[in-house]
Design a binder for this molecule. Sequence first.
Ligand code: 6PG
Length: 232
Amino acid sequence: MAIIYHKNKDCNILAKQLAAKIGNILVEQVNKNNKASIAFSGGSTPKKMLQYLAEINNIAWEKIDITLVDERFVDESSNRSNAKMLKENLLNNIANKTNFFPLYSEGKKLDEEEIIKINQSLKTIKQPFDIIILGMGLDGHTASFFPNEKELQKAFTTEKMALALKSSDGEDRISLSLKTILSAKNLFLHIEGIKKQEILKEALKKGNIEQMPIRAILYQQKRKLNIFICES
Ligand code: 6PG
């Protein structure tokens, strides 16, 4: 499937452009269906984009289901929490009510029962997602699909919306599955910096998907992929 590149040397301008694009899709989908749904990645790259998104004032956030692509299984008080990052940069800055579906609940253990509960909660979100925004690590991971993770094949084949995975340093993660990610009507990959541009070039060369899981997104033929990329 096609990869569409949106490039700007200036990461601040690119973040604003991505926020505008996302805002337009959300407004359009709410106008059409009176509902929309979006899943944001965590980490640090999304922060500027989320702040710009919060400034767009014609988005009916009360009609939009919001969740995360993946979550480190930590309390929201932790600076590792993607929910904390999302609230600080977007949700807390939106006046009207938002429908946020967290992937982590306070004090919960990432066991089978909890995974079932998370999947049940995700199933109440408007499907397929109108928008999913991915990031990429310097090791070529995306979502919580880390290189050579033993459950990667499960992440790539499960029919479930989300599953438990581990990061390369053994951190418990919950992540949307590849099937769910590729069901999104609008799929974005937002990456910043020269180093990540080099990693992307490497990933685009034919190679082992388990060694660079971002390849599962780059090589797929199901969805057009919008790559928003900047230098600094
Ligand atoms: C996470 C993210 C992850 C992220 C990449 C890039 O929980 O870590 O969802 O997939 O997109 O790690 O993170 P940075 O934007 O911080 O480089």
